[in-house]
Design a protein around this ligand. Structure first.
Ligand code: GSH
Length: 304
């Protein structure tokens, strides 16, 4: 390894060994669920509800992309997009059950099964789910040509870019066990660059792919809308108010009723009236929000 002064390392004196070994937890939030191996840790089947689409998720930005898409499809009148959304507690290790791993070998939410086709189709990676749903229902994705390519450009941009937001800046700014200037600077620089990419594009475009709302907006809004408003408490640090066109789009997309419903599904944080822990029926939004269930002493009204 080239000219490094180990005294400058964190912790001082640290140099990576020749071979990394898993001998100590890395510290910080999520340390208890991080492992260097894949696969199931325990046997447990996933629950199955009455609808063709079964979603196993949590109301994080990656989960919300898919619930927004499903709510938009249901609102358009696609009955086949009705879904059961089951809660996966990632801090409790639900993503390492044998049932979950069979659907997503990568053990991350969201995971989805389409049981409305034979043989049934498993889906992992939120971008893959958005693409599958758009194709299946012929919505929110032009069928060919330039418009379709533009949607896919931005969908893939989101999938490649968001890890710098979450695994990069979010991790080091909010979750790491202590503050480190180098990674915080590096990822703040990159995330501000990404925000500028979006702001410049939205200066001349109503939506991400032009005049029409698409799965690209559904993918980008939960991450970058979140970044503009609430995620990691990093808004002042990033001076997000300067991204005026992005700000306009965040409000515009956020005002859609399906987006407002989608972001409630499988949500386990924030105000109780913003949380719908599971979604099995459209009426759950008006009867089974966390504040309503709590007021009934924990009783869930079963419409299934
Ligand atoms: N690229 C994946 C990322 C999914 C992801 O990172 N999910 C996180 C929650 S947002 C997770 O399940 N983490 C649990 C773990 O790492 O064990 C996608 O878009 O679906």
């Amino acid at each position: 390894m080239a000219d490094y002064d180990p005294a400058q390392s964190q912790p001082p004196g640290y140099m990576p060994g020749e071979v990394w070994t898993w001998d100590a937890p890395s510290g910080g939030q999520f340390a208890n669920i991080n492992r260097p191996i894949s696969g199931a840790t325990h046997d447990a089947d996933l629950p199955v509800g009455k609808h063709p689409i079964q979603l196993y998720s949590l109301g994080t930005p990656n989960g919300v992309k898919v619930t927004i898409c499903l709510e938009e499809l249901v609102e358009l009148g696609h009955g086949g997009a009705e879904y059961d959304a089951w809660l996966i507690n990632i801090m409790g290790g639900d993503q390492f059950s044998s049932g979950f791993v069979a659907v997503n070998p990568n053990s991350k939410i969201p995971a989805m099964v389409d049981r409305g086709v034979t043989p049934q189709v498993r889906l992992f990676e939120s971008g893959s789910m958005l693409f599958y749903l758009a194709e299946k229902f012929g919505a929110f994705l032009p069928s060919s040509g330039r418009g379709r390519a533009e949607v896919m450009n931005w969908l893939m941009w989101q999938m490649g870019s968001a890890p710098y937001v979450g695994g990069g800046l979010g991790h080091f700014y909010a979750y790491a066990p202590f503050k480190m200037e180098y990674p915080i600077n590096r990822f703040a620089m990159e995330v501000k660059r990404q925000l500028h990419v979006l702001d410049s594009h939205l200066a001349n475009n109503q939506y991400m792919a032009g005049d029409d709302y698409s799965i690209a907006d559904m993918a980008i809004w939960p991450w970058y809308g979140g970044l503009m408003r609430e995620i990691y408490g990093v808004q002042k640090f990033l001076s997000v108010a300067e991204y005026r066109h992005l700000d306009r789009w965040v409000d515009q997309v956020g005002a859609r009723p399906a987006v407002q419903r989608g972001r409630m599904v499988n949500r386990r944080f924030g105000a109780p009236d913003s949380q719908l822990h599971e979604r099995h029926d459209a009426r759950d939004f008006t009867h089974n929000r966390a504040d309503m269930v709590e007021a009934r002493g924990g009783e869930w009204i079963d419409f299934a």
